[in-house]
Design a protein around this ligand. Structure first.
Ligand SMILES: NC(=O)C1=CN([C@@H]2O[C@H](COP(=O)(O)OP(=O)(O)OC[C@H]3O[C@@H](n4cnc5c(N)ncnc54)[C@H](OP(=O)(O)O)[C@@H]3O)[C@@H](O)[C@H]2O)C=CC1
Ligand SMILES: O=C1O[C@H](COP(=O)(O)O)[C@@H](O)[C@H](O)[C@H]1O
Length: 517
């Protein structure tokens, strides 16, 4: 393969959406001392504030169990600098930090919500936040129901009645993943949430949808006219989606033992990416239209037969002279654990566009490298005109489009080009678009866009209850089958590799192989 890098630069001023600024509001984060708040949410809010995207009347209230009055601010500042990739010398934290406060309470203490309600009223007075509330449930999922129930019981889930001549207030809630543990629990949680909040108040977050490159899938397909015509079974041979992580479970043993890879990454992140790749053009870029098309894709996926599923668990390895623990040796993990840290699936979408085009998806922890990527592999041309010196034409690689979600975000189009010289030799070459080269570095960790959208009441990039239930309908039978049939050969891949042999065999039986990444 000859690598011809054609760097794409923006050719004109970007077309921007309308200037969007939310109403004054209080963002209330349940789980304020947790990892997510520190590494992702506060840095995202800080970047929004620095970018002038927040109203000046904004306040952030962190809620958690421990008493943090004295240490929250310095701890939070460290988190913003480390998690947000902020240059310490250039950081202008003071204006943002002055809007953040901490409220200690236990989530299952009913009386705490009454006190919180009074505290938020004081915040409204002090910061001019006008009664608008964005509750962010950044807690372990077992607390979602209780928090929602208590917010409802304390009259905090509905906006205050509108006063004459004043703008209506709003109350919204962002619910973190995992949303349910299986289909039944997801339905039950949806019922509990919708008893208290109407669906238009609920923002089920999947941070993959906040990633620029995931949103760019829709732009690539629907803002350009040259790709959509070939985006179907007539031209596409198959599609691969890979979400590989080099890290392991990062000390989250108890969580991972409950979850496993399928629940943690495939039911949500990978399914969201797949829906953007496979959906029909929505009639508008509005929440109901986009969500409706996504659900149609998930509902068209055929039940996934056990032979089209592969699971793996990493074992110990020495990587570059460093000993890496196997999953079963990780802290607070059962030494005989059956939890999967890798999964690969073959999916068939039975609709007009995709019938006969397999979608192979894989995701795993402790893989060779971190890469999330979609490969659209095209069919060979109908007639092979060009032969090599041996008179053969099977050396010509098929075209593909590779959409790199992370790292090194961008898009590559591979095609054949004539090698200079007297014969018709063909080499594969790449046209490369790099996000960073074209637009410069971005601070967006996915949460910036989604927090802003929730404050604006725009649910386009959030999951609807129908969507969550549709993806759980696909995943739950696999989980049930795996639970009934424990793996005898776990661990079945060494840390630092591309997963178990069975994953290669899944494609080999169709005469294909994973593209080398
Ligand atoms: N961390 C990440 O990168 C990601 C996390 N998520 C999701 O975000 C959510 C939060 O994850 P994470 O931040 O890692 O979790 P952590 O375990 O780090 O944080 C949990 C938070 O909840 C608080 N808490 C726990 N029990 C109580 C209680 N009874 N009363 C009051 N506060 C309580 C803790 O407070 P205290 O310490 O004071 O007890 C802490 O602030 C989860 O649903 C997770 O799946 C999603 C994507 C990525
Ligand atoms: O939700 C989760 O996502 C991360 C991967 O997110 P990324 O933005 O770093 O790709 C994963 O590590 C974690 O296990 C999971 O809970």
């Amino acid at each position: 393969m000859t690598n011809t890098e054609i760097h794409v630069t923006p050719c004109a001023e970007p077309t921007t959406g309308s200037e969007r600024k939310p109403d004054p509001c209080v963002v209330v984060i349940f789980g304020a001392s947790g990892d997510l708040t520190k590494r992702k949410l506060l840095p995202a809010l800080y970047h929004l504030e620095q970018g002038g995207l927040l109203p000046s009347e904004i306040a952030v209230v962190g809620v958690a169990r421990r008493s943090l009055e004295s240490s929250f601010a310095p701890d939070m500042q460290d988190g913003i600098i480390a998690g947000g990739g902020v240059d310490q010398a250039e950081a202008k934290l003071a204006p943002f930090v002055s809007k953040v406060s901490y409220f200690a309470m236990n989530f299952d203490d009913a009386g705490g919500y009454e006190r919180l309600k009074d505290y938020l009223a004081e915040i409204d007075e002090k910061f001019g936040t006008k009664g608008n509330r964005l509750f962010y449930l950044a807690t372990a999922p077992e607390y979602f129901s209780d928090i929602i129930k208590y917010l409802g019981e304390n009259g905090m889930a509905k906006p205050e009645p509108c006063k004459p001549g004043q703008r209506a207030t709003w109350v919204r809630t962002i619910v973190e993943k995992p949303f349910g543990h299986d289909l039944e629990s997801a339905r039950a949680l949806n019922d509990e949430v919708n008893k208290v909040f109407s669906e238009d108040q609920v923002f089920r977050i999947d941070h993959y949808l906040g990633k620029e490159t995931v949103q760019n899938i829709l732009v690539f397909r629907f803002a350009n006219s040259i790709f959509e015509n070939v985006w179907n079974r007539n031209y596409i041979d198959h599609i691969e989606i890979t979400a590989a992580e080099a890290i392991g479970i990062e000390g989250r043993g108890p969580f991972y033992e409950q979850a496993g890879l399928l629940r943690d990454v495939i039911q949500n992140h990978v399914m969201e990416v797949l829906s953007f790749i496979a959906m029909e053009p929505p009639v508008s870029f509005e929440a109901s239209a986009v969500r409706a098309e996504k659900v149609k894709v998930w509902r068209a996926i055929q039940p996934i037969a056990p032979e089209n599923t592969v699971r793996g668990q990493y074992g110990p390895a020495n990587i570059n002279g460093k000993d890496i623990l196997g999953y079963r040796q990780e802290d607070r993990v059962n030494p005989e654990s059956q939890t999967e840290t890798y999964a690969a699936l073959k999916l068939e979408i039975e609709n007009w566009r995709w019938a006969g085009v397999p979608f192979y998806i894989r995701a795993g922890k402790r893989m060779t490298k971190r890469i999330t990527e979609v490969t659209i592999m095209f069919k060979q041309p109908p007639l092979r005109l060009f032969k090599n010196k041996e008179g053969k034409s099977d050396h010509i690689e098929p075209n593909f489009i590779s959409m790199r979600i992370q790292p090194d975000d961008g898009i590559t189009l591979r095609f054949g080009a004539k090698v200079p010289g007297p014969s018709m030799d063909i080499a594969a070459v790449d046209m490369d678009f790099s996000y960073a080269d074209a637009f410069g570095p971005s601070s967006n960790n996915g949460y910036e866009r989604l927090l802003l959208d929730a404050m604006l009441g725009d649910a386009t990039l959030f999951a609807h209850r129908d969507g969550v239930e549709a993806t759980w309908s696909l995943i739950t039978p696999i989980l049930e089958n795996w639970a009934k049939n424990p793996m005898k050969d776990f661990p079945n891949y060494a840390a630092g590799t591309w997963g178990p042999d069975a994953s290669d065999a899944l494609l080999r039986k169709d005469g294909r192989k994973w593209r080398k990444l």
